[in-house]
Ligand binder design. Structure first.
Ligand code: CDP
Ligand code: CDP
Length: 225
């Protein structure tokens, strides 16, 4: 009798949230929802429409006229913007460099949170992001705050880029990650912070399977066998 709990997974960039969340969801037969992809998709559309990431009202109007869909694919989650697939486009560097400025606005966040809460209504989900345990699902059955040193997180992103044949520089990557973390953790509206009742998991010296096993164990303790 498996309980369809809600697992909130927060933490800074490249801590391994989405990699772990995908595998945990698979193991438990749950749905995985990547909320970062939603902010990235809005950012991608804003840049295309030459909307300034500082213009809260225009971003909000754009969001109200934007359909963002997350669908399970064979190789992970597929992202659709107004019916068109944008899974790889939203990982581009210009999107990464602007997403935290788009995500800091109150109007943008309240609409995103509203949509995300709609997606978790039935339980049986693993959701990753920055404010899941604090704002989206404050009553989640399991909250994890996943961390790792900035050096290790930059190294992981760098390795990922090398595998994908994307040219990048380790030090530039680390600077970009630290800049994004800074904006995310100091913004006025639901900043990136560990929820009081979240379990902190420092993954600096952990493998992916160790992380997945640890979270799955914690989920099992809460009835999701
Ligand atoms: O995967 P990566 O660590 O590069 O980031 P992401 O999860 O795709 O999130 C991209 C950005 O979206 C973050 O740096 C935040 O600025 C924003 N975000 C947020 O504000 N709240 C969330 N729940 C998820 C993402
Ligand atoms: O979603 P988030 O930005 O937190 O990180 P990610 O995109 O899931 O993970 C960044 C990279 O770290 C991926 O290439 C993983 O294979 C790698 N990694 C990990 O996720 N966890 C570890 N314990 C070790 C490496």
């Amino acid at each position: 009798n498996t309980k369809k709990i809600r697992i909130a997974l927060d933490g800074p960039a490249a801590a391994g949230k989405s990699t772990a969340a995908k595998k945990i969801a698979e193991k438990l037969g749950f749905i995985y929802i990547d909320t970062g992809a939603m902010y990235r998709t809005l950012t991608y559309k804003a840049l295309k429409n030459q909307i300034d990431p500082k213009n809260e009202q225009e971003l909000y109007n754009l969001l109200l006229n934007t359909v963002i869909e997350l669908k399970p694919g064979i190789d992970g989650q597929l992202v659709y913007l107004d019916g068109k697939e944008v899974t790889t486009e939203i990982r581009q560097q210009d999107v990464t460099q602007n997403v935290s400025d788009v995500a800091l606005h109150q109007l943008v966040r309240s609409e995103m949170v509203r949509r995300q809460q709609e997606l978790v209504k039935n339980g049986g989900i693993v959701m990753d992001g920055r404010d899941i345990g604090t704002a989206v699902i404050p009553d989640a059955e399991l909250k994890i705050f996943m961390s790792a040193t900035a050096e290790e997180r930059a190294r992981r992103r760098f390795e990922e880029h090398q595998k994908q044949g994307i040219e990048s520089d380790l030090h530039v990557l680390q600077a970009e990650i630290e800049k994004r973390d800074h904006i995310d953790s100091t913004r006025a509206v639901s900043p990136l912070v560990k929820a009081e009742d979240a379990i902190e998991l420092d993954t600096t010296h952990m493998s992916i399977s160790e992380v997945v096993n640890k979270v799955t164990e914690l989920a099992a303790d809460r009835g999701a066998v």
